[in-house]
Design a protein. Sequence first.
Length: 247
Amino acid sequence: MNIPYEPIVFGYNINIHLILEYLAFFIAFRYYVFLRRKSNDIISSNNRLSIILGAALGALIGSRLVGFLENPLVSLSQENIIQLLNTKTIMGGLFGGLLGVEIAKKLIGETESSGDLFVLPIILGIFIGRIGCFLSGINEFTYGVETTSIFGMNLGDGLLRHPIALYELLFLIILFFGLKHNRYKPHLKNGDLFKLFMISYFTFRFFIEFLKPNVFYFLSLSTIQILCLICLLYYHKTILNIFKNAR
């Protein structure tokens, strides 16, 4: 199998990344519904629906905004504008979704933490989407810089590069089973699982960005890395508690 993987079905080139992206949304949502049926959700169905809508709207805006900020100096031709409108990133989606949920909860007066039920479905969805990123090779900006290490792969341009998507797939497997195993620990309060997910994933993405060929930097950091720092600052109290409990 060559990468980028572009299968032809009935004479048509299939965008495997787009198909897996839609599949990720579908499977992640069905997994969420399954988990909610098995759990004693203390949030009413109406409030939960409002929270989901807030998350979806926040994720839509955040993913597009951060996707644009990854390359803000692009020339404003018609082709580039269309490309920018289609650009999105999971990091902006996650943080935008977080803000969307918090705004929705304020509007409806919901005070209970709502994120724990989303954690495992989100990880599963990202995992499926990242498979599509890997199969797309250099057609998606999830590839790494050139390397002479044993991990180098030809992702479509004849150069040996870090397979960033594969690194993330391995990390997501560890994160999924680690959080799933610990989700019922007595020391975890409602909402802690989601906080641990966000802190773990954004920390991972901060460091993995150093292996990507980013072209736009501010203060020697990429847009994604700056967003990661903002997210970690948002959860600074939780991070301090983690270090305190570790000692």
